[in-house]
Write a protein that binds this ligand. Structure first.
Ligand code: PEP
Length: 256
């Protein structure tokens, strides 16, 4: 991996204050792996408490609105995330694209709003099983990268500063226990890198490309060692320190 590996846990709509003990345990271990950047994205309700509870790792949101404020009941803006202690946000997760009908254009606007607020941003992309079976995976993901990644001067600066990451998450691998084959992951990460270079020039090399989709203790080392894989976005296996820490360890083992 050319960059410091980035291991991010996405708690999705899981977690209560009782889970802060897990976050503290993850944080203590993160402090023992300074060569790995570790972060958790809890539900909005836990961001402030997590921020208070941890020292070594990043804390982020799972979504933000495209606007900074206004009449958008139930939504949370990027400046609000900053205010509550977040340092990054995930945008364009496939569950948001599916459940909330988020288009590439909306995801791009969210990424740009996040950068404007000073947040690091992880932009998610990934094909469905039907698209992969139809031989369209690379075309679909490349189009998502072209349409969802932030543009403009602020984006160029953020990219050059390493504040933008892409998470390649095949939809069929999320929460299913099905993991993409390593050669397919390597090929897709190379295709994404090509699009990033086209969008940002040489600075596109600064964007870490994470793999996501049923990453766990058993497959993490192999996936993280694969060419072009700059880290992992982890759902289910990030909910406990016991499940998450072996993934952090695999990233820090030097095998990646
Ligand atoms: C995710 O939701 O980003 C994810 C990768 O989930 P899981 O690890 O549970 O497949």
């Amino acid at each position: 991996m050319p960059h410091r590996p980035y291991i991010v846990g996405n708690w999705k709509m899981n977690g209560s204050r009782a889970m802060l003990a897990e976050a503290r345990a993850i944080d203590r271990a993160a402090g023992r792996y300074p060569d790995v950047q570790v972060a958790l994205a809890p539900p909005f309700t836990l961001i402030a408490a997590l921020r208070e509870a941890v020292t070594a790792m990043g804390v982020g949101g799972q979504d933000c609105h495209v606007n900074a404020k206004g009449a958008h009941t139930g939504d949370v803006s990027a400046p609000m995330l900053v205010d509550t202690g977040a340092d990054f946000v995930i945008v364009g997760h496939s569950e948001r694209r599916k459940d909330h009908g988020e288009s590439d254009a909306v995801v791009r606007a969210k990424a740009e709003a996040a950068l404007a607020a000073g947040l690091g941003t992880i932009v998610c992309v990934g094909e469905t099983l039907e698209e992969r079976d139809a031989g369209k995976a690379e075309a679909v993901v490349s189009a998502q990268v072209d349409g969802s990644l932030p543009t403009g001067d602020a984006a160029a600066e953020a990219v050059a500063g390493g504040k933008v990451a892409v998470a390649y998450e095949p939809v069929w691998a999320i929460g299913t226990g099905r993991v993409a084959q390593v050669p397919d992951v390597v090929a897709m990460h190379a295709a994404i890198r090509a699009r990033l270079l086209s969008l940002y020039g040489e600075a596109g090399m600064k964007v870490r490309i994470l793999y996501g989709g049923s990453v766990n203790f058993a497959n993490a080392a192999e996936l993280l060692a694969a060419e072009g894989v700059g880290g992992a976005l982890v759902g289910g296996a990030s909910l406990t320190a016991e499940a998450f820490l072996p993934i952090v360890a695999a990233a820090g083992s030097g095998e990646g």
